[in-house]
Design a binder for this molecule. Structure first.
Ligand SMILES: [Fe+2]
Ligand SMILES: [Fe+2]
Length: 156
């Protein structure tokens, strides 16, 4: 579902096929989609750079708490793919920093940022976060711990 350089950028709609089966993670993914859509909407308008600047701050903040949330879950439940999953998170932040710099010195366009976030996010959720969701479902749905059900809101 990657968006090629020439394809028109469309807003991403939340659909159930993006659900990883853990509502507390899904909620945060939906927030990111909202932020991304602001960027896609602002593209090619007079305020695109102002909006992109705000969106970038939101994305850095989002990466902080959302990645930490997933990484904490992975560490708590001894997820075997923890380090490769964390590497993907770190690569997202590194690329975001490059684009932040690129936008400020005129080396990158708002569209580059929007395409990167859209492509990374869909690919990461559909494969990497989905695997984590399946692992947590497998582990925790069997254990049926009321605490975990409430705090992560698993779809068992
Ligand atoms: Fe992730
Ligand atoms: Fe995620």
């Amino acid at each position: 579902m990657a968006v090629s350089a020439n394809k028109e950028l469309r807003k991403l709609e939340w659909r159930s096929n993006l659900s990883v089966g853990v509502a507390s993670i899904d909620d945060e993914h939906q927030l990111l989609i909202g932020v991304l859509n602001q960027l896609i909407e602002a593209r090619d308008t007079p305020t695109e750079y102002t909006i992109a600047d705000r969106v970038l701050r939101d994305l850095f903040a989002y990466a902080d708490y959302h990645f930490e949330h997933e990484e904490e879950l992975m560490a708590t439940y001894d997820y075997p793919e923890l380090s490769s999953h964390m590497t993907q998170h770190a690569q997202f932040i590194a690329r975001l920093r490059q684009l932040d710099l690129g936008l400020s010195i005129g080396d990158a366009r708002v569209e580059d940022l929007a395409r990167f976030v859209l492509n990374w996010f869909v690919a990461h959720i559909m494969v990497t976060d989905m695997q984590l969701g399946a692992f947590l479902g497998e582990r925790l749905c069997k254990e049926r711990s009321p605490f975990e059900f409430e705090s992560y809101r698993l779809a068992c």
